[in-house]
Design a protein around this ligand. Sequence first.
Ligand SMILES: *Cc1c(COP(=O)(O)O)cnc(C)c1O
Length: 474
Amino acid sequence: MKCAQLLQETCDLAVEFLQQTPDRPVAHAVGFRSLLEAVGGPLPDSPTPALDVIEHLAHAADPGLVASAGPRYFGFVTGGALPVAVAADWLTTAWDQNAFCYASSPAAAAVEEIATGWLLDLFSLPSDMSVGFTTGATMSNFSALAAARRALLAGCGWNVEEQGLAGAPPFTVVTSDESHASVFAALQMLGLGRSRVTRVPTDNQGRMRVTELAKVLDRIETPVLLCAQAGNVNTGAFDPIADIANILRGREAWLHVDGAFGLWAAASPKYAGLVDGIALADSIAVDCHKWLNVPYDSGVVMVRDREAHRAAMTLNAPYYGSGSERARDNFNWVPENSRRARAFPVYAALRTLGRQGVADLIERCCSLARRMADRLRSQPGLELLNDVVLNQVLIRVIPPEPSAAPSFTADVIRRIQEEGVCWLGGTHWHGTPAIRASVSNWSTTEADIDISVDSVLRSVEAATRDSEAVMAWR
Ligand SMILES: *Cc1c(COP(=O)(O)O)cnc(C)c1O
């Protein structure tokens, strides 16, 4: 089979999937074992024609595919993929550039450099921050905290890259009670210890309390690595970054902000106030595969101290150098060596949307989240738990009996997911089982919100009816 024919037919399969995405059930209840059987079998001894393999894969995987790129997937914080970003991602794959240094792909280096400037401009950040294109916010948090570790220890005369952590002077990691799990994963990978942190209490929206932070800092004598957050995964709330930066002023400190999805507020004049002070951060993590709506895997790390960033990430192998002093070697800013040229889709999305288009995307999602919240909040049996400041909606379903809250909430979620109109997931909010919705997709419409709310209300009603029937029977 000719390469061109294989790729054309594969393209047809992909387009067919994308066209069906808005209408297919958002997810299927599918057994892991049956999926394994459908896709599996022993490793073949002999070759299989390429198109047969692709067709079999598309067919066998289909029941296990989630329409998370579609307009009514509200689980976790999950963006879709703009058509232009998918197209650029296809090119990225076809070009198969190794984006590790300038020499291995001048085009990948140039596009990363341009996307770097555009992102810093879009977020109103200092134009000389160093930027790395990672697999996601987890690796962005990791890279940023590695740069922080470098800088704080260098300030004590310790070269952690050369000397390691054993015997290093101490510094204190401060997080919030609500820091994202990936921050702790980064600390664990960096030898900083996921539990060796001081946690600052938060308010009822999950924002770090500045008065509590001040008390915590009073007791600390070492340099401080402070992990703040722009956009709480449950509530969408923001730590008061300007106040936090202010409190840290004059101390040996590094302020990191995990803005995986919340930093996108900075791209909208209407919401930029939420990240007031962000330009004072020493490092920031953000995801493009969430709210910019580019395909996975696409995160960005931004660091003010370029030298610390570079020292923490570089391979330190002189023979990799580009030779041309001003060209970009991507490996200096990320943990990987050989890697996908993941800035192409970011570039394509930004170029297509423009500043205005990004702002519109963010504002549209926020207004759809408010629409969802407004309808849910007025329903008996439901309680809105968060101030909908951004794109996250957090609700509690009120069980017929208080003790039944966990199982009742789980039952409602199961019914919603089984209906397949939309997909919502469960969470815990300050001890209460809750349901969370994140509106992050470029293609979601008001009608999508309305039929999704209808499905939630049907599910709550059915769960209530069933549980009352059980109570009556008892
Ligand atoms: C999603 C998320 C992360 C992790 O990002 P990945 O892209 O999944 O690695 C970190 N922090 C916050 C606040 C997030 O929402």
